[in-house]
Every structure is written in structure tokens, then in C-alpha cells.
Design a protein around this ligand. Structure first.
Ligand code: ZN
Length: 429
């Protein structure tokens, strides 16, 4: 039996005329009243079918696409020949991981036609205050990696300490270890901390690996404190435990050898390809071996290339631009030839997946149509595998973004979405 004990809630409900009849326990007011979604007729558009735009029309009933004309149409929308894409997805970002950044950036997602975002180094406590406010028709849908595992002297500790110092606050590692991220230096750490990690039932777990082949040398160099990573020897056990609770594992990596190790350990997602030339390594150390690519394909590991984020490294090391972009292009071309699944993710706090689409296009490995398929179909479907999104099909969610011109001819069109619907509701802000 359901009881309402909060007097303010009862008062509030008593004053509304919306208490309905069906499904209500006698004597109890109905808590939530949801307006029905409008039944839509979507006419006169050119719709992306994963390869090109074709003239088509759809109905939307209860937020789902259908070919069957409903008895009642609430709103008839003339798309006026516009180009209609499923919404974009950003599989790697960090700007919705605390309340301040969420208040600052969440609105930007929908305005840019990006309806899905993966936040790859969050923690449950930090996001608990606002996570329930995001998602659904009016808000970006977020997949958080809500447990981040690193070493006690590893990334992101260095960034956190630097940020604290910059803000004039005390920089104490204790404020971040096992709070902002989990410090896992050995199996005993994993044993003792795992129950707490598993408690929040994360859908995604992030592990930090930083040139693991040279971990011992890094630890002799104090300047790398806070920027190291966890041992890949621990990863098979992390992956086993994660999969047992239904969580996937994404790995931050730094070199081709790191990628070979995390893939062999069974991680589900490699969160980077090449973002920099690590200290002491050469561009050649970033080239994936054919054996690694074959193993990625065999296991179905997902790769997020994060090409756009190289801009931060190249700004400081312009002399490395040519070598870095050459090895990235070579890796991407061979991953594509092996038909490895790649996801679009920017890793740009102040940017978006549109920057990543442009950066991937600039490698000349992908056509604009292929990138739109990755960003609007492959990526959202990989992020939210239980949902019918990323496709215009019978029963799929009515989520779309319409543009004035054909983005396969000019990707800059993606910067100016004209009209959008999310889960059957028109966005108007
Ligand atoms: Zn990142």
C-alpha cells in the first residue's frame, strides 16, 4: 500500500484539479500527471538513411516513429525540404561531471543538435545531486563512467592538484583519492574497494593507463606524479568484475603498446587513439600493429579516436604535428579497412563532437557520409544499446535534427541546426 507522508506534497496535490481516476489507489492523489505527447505528421523532409538523404515522411505517435497514419494528428510539420539527421552523439567528454559545468554546458548540447553524451571520468557522489534532472525529452541523455580507476599517483590527480593550486585552494591528494577517482595500486586495493565501486551499479567504468611499459621509469621522475596510471596487469580482474555487474570498461591509453594491453585485457572501449607523443616515445611507438588491429576486430572492441583533442598537444608542440597526424591517419585507415567500430568523441571540454567530425574528416580517411553515420548511428547505439535510436525506422524514438543544407556536402552545416525534436517533443528554447 502506498502512503503519502509528506504534508507539503499532499497540500500541493490537494489544491490541483488534476487528481484523476484510473490507476489511483482509493483515497490517494495521483503524483505525476504527464501530458500526452503530440501526434505529429512530419512531411516534406529529406531523411538520412545512414548513407544519403532521401525524401520521406513519418508520423510520430507517443514519441515513436510510425508509417501508419494515426486517427488524430495534433501537429503537421512541413520540413520544407530540409535535411533531417538522427541527433549527434559525443562519446567522450567531461563537461557534465559536476553541477557547475552541467549548469554551464548542458543546454549547449541540445542547441547544437547533440542529444547523447558520454562523460568518461565521473564519480557517483559528485553527479548524484543533478543526474536525475538530465535525460528525457528536454535534456541531453548522459552515460556517465561513474567510477574512474587509476593509481594513487595517477591521472587525473595531477590535473586536480594543479586546478586546486590555480584556484588558491589547498592541494592535498587525500581530497581526491578514493573520492574523485579510485586508487587501485594492487589486487588488495581492488578487493577492498570493489564493493563500494559496485554499489552504485555503474553502467560504465573508466580505467587510466599511461604508457604502462615504462611505469617503473615514470615513478623515478617526480614530474610525472599525478599523471601516471594503473597497472594493466590488474585489468583482466577489473574487466571480469565489471562485466559480472553489467558494467562496460573504457580505457584511457597513451601508446600503441597500451592499446594492445588493454584490448588483450578485454576492455570494451578504448577511449583514445593517439593524443600526443608521450615523453621518451616516438611517433612510431603510436603505430598499432596489424596483430592489435586484428585483435580489436576479433573482440569487437570499440575505438574512440578523439582526433580533435590533439589540438592541445600540438599547440605546445607544433613541431610534432606532421608526425602525429601521419601516424593517426595511418592507424585510422587500417582500423577502417579492418571494419573496426569507431565512435565519435571529442574529449573537448569547451568543444563538441562537431569538432571531432571535422578533425576526423581532415585526416582524409573518412567521407562526410561515413562520419555522419558514425556520429548519428554507430555512436548513440553503442552508448545506449537498449534504445531504438540513431535510425529512422518503425518504432524508433522520434528524435531528429533538421538542417537547411546537405551536411554531406559541407560539414559546416552541422553548426547551424534549424529545428529539432527529441523523443516526440519539439525543442524550442
Ligand atoms: Zn577524456
Amino acid at each position: 500500500m502506498i502512503r503519502f507522508v509528506a504534508p507539503c506534497l499532499a497540500l500541493l496535490l490537494a489544491s490541483t484539479p488534476l487528481a484523476a481516476d484510473e490507476g489511483v489507489i482509493t483515497g490517494a492523489p495521483k503524483v505525476a500527471v504527464t501530458l500526452p505527447k503530440p501526434t505529429l505528421a512530419l512531411e516534406g523532409g529529406k531523411w538520412f538513411n545512414g548513407e544519403r538523404f532521401v525524401e520521406d515522411s513519418w508520423y510520430s505517435v507517443e514519441g515513436k516513429l510510425t508509417r501508419t497514419r494515426p486517427a488524430r494528428i495534433d501537429v503537421r510539420i512541413d520540413l520544407q525540404g530540409r535535411y533531417v539527421l538522427p541527433p549527434l552523439a559525443d562519446a567522450h567528454n567531461h563537461n557534465l561531471q559536476n553541477a557547475w559545468s552541467t549548469a554551464t554546458f548542458a543546454d549547449d548540447y541540445l542547441r547544437r543538435g547533440i542529444f547523447y553524451s558520454a562523460q568518461l571520468a565521473a564519480n557517483t557522489e559528485e553527479i548524484s545531486g543533478y543526474r536525475g534532472l538530465l535525460g528525457g525529452p528536454g535534456w541531453v541523455d548522459v552515460l556517465w563512467a561513474e567510477a574512474t580507476l587509476s593509481s594513487s599517483d595517477g591521472h587525473p590527480l595531477g590535473l586536480a592538484l594543479a586546478g586546486a593550486r590555480q584556484a588558491g585552494m589547498p592541494a592535498d591528494p587525500k581530497d581526491y583519492i578514493d573520492k574523485a577517482f579510485w586508487a587501485i595500486d594492487n589486487l588488495a586495493d581492488l578487493d577492498s574497494k570493489w564493493p563500494k565501486i559496485a554499489e552504485s551499479q555503474p553502467k560504465l567504468i573508466k580505467v587510466i593507463v599511461v604508457d604502462d611499459a615504462h611505469a617503473a621509469a615514470q615513478r623515478k621522475d617526480p614530474s610525472t606524479y599525478g599523471f601516471r596510471g594503473m597497472s594493466t596487469a590488474l585489468l583482466p580482474e577489473v574487466v571480469k568484475r565489471a562485466h559480472a555487474i553489467g558494467a562496460r570498461v573504457a580505457a584511457h591509453v597513451d601508446s600503441a603498446d597500451d592499446i594492445a594491453r588493454v584490448v588483450a585485457s578485454g576492455v570494451d572501449i578504448v577511449a583514445h587513439l593517439n593524443t600526443r607523443i608521450p615523453n621518451g616515445l616516438t611517433a612510431g611507438d603510436l603505430r598499432l600493429s596489424d596483430a592489435t588491429i586484428a585483435e580489436i576486430k576479433r573482440r569487437g572492441t570499440l575505438i574512440i579516436p578523439t582526433v580533435a583533442v590533439t589540438r592541445y598537444y600540438i599547440k605546445v608542440h607544433p613541431e610534432d604535428r606532421a608526425a602525429l597526424m601521419t601516424v593517426i591517419g595511418d592507424n585510422l585507415a587500417r582500423l577502417k579497412a579492418a571494419e573496426v567500430s569507431m565512435l565519435t568523441g571529442s574529449d573537448l571540454f569547451d568543444g563538441s563532437v562537431i569538432d571531432e567530425i571535422e578533425a576526423m574528416y581532415a585526416t582524409k580517411v573518412f567521407g562526410a557520409d561515413e562520419l555522419l553515420r558514425l556520429a548519428t548511428k554507430t555512436t548513440p547505439q553503442a552508448m545506449f544499446p537498449g534504445r531504438r535510436i540513431g535510425i529512422f525506422a518503425e518504432g524508433a524514438e522520434t528524435s531528429l535534427v533538421a538542417y537547411d543544407a546537405d551536411p554531406t556536402r559541407d560539414l559546416a552545416v552541422l553548426r547551424v541546426p534549424r529545428f529539432a525534436i527529441k523523443q516526440g517533443e519539439m525543442l524550442a528554447r
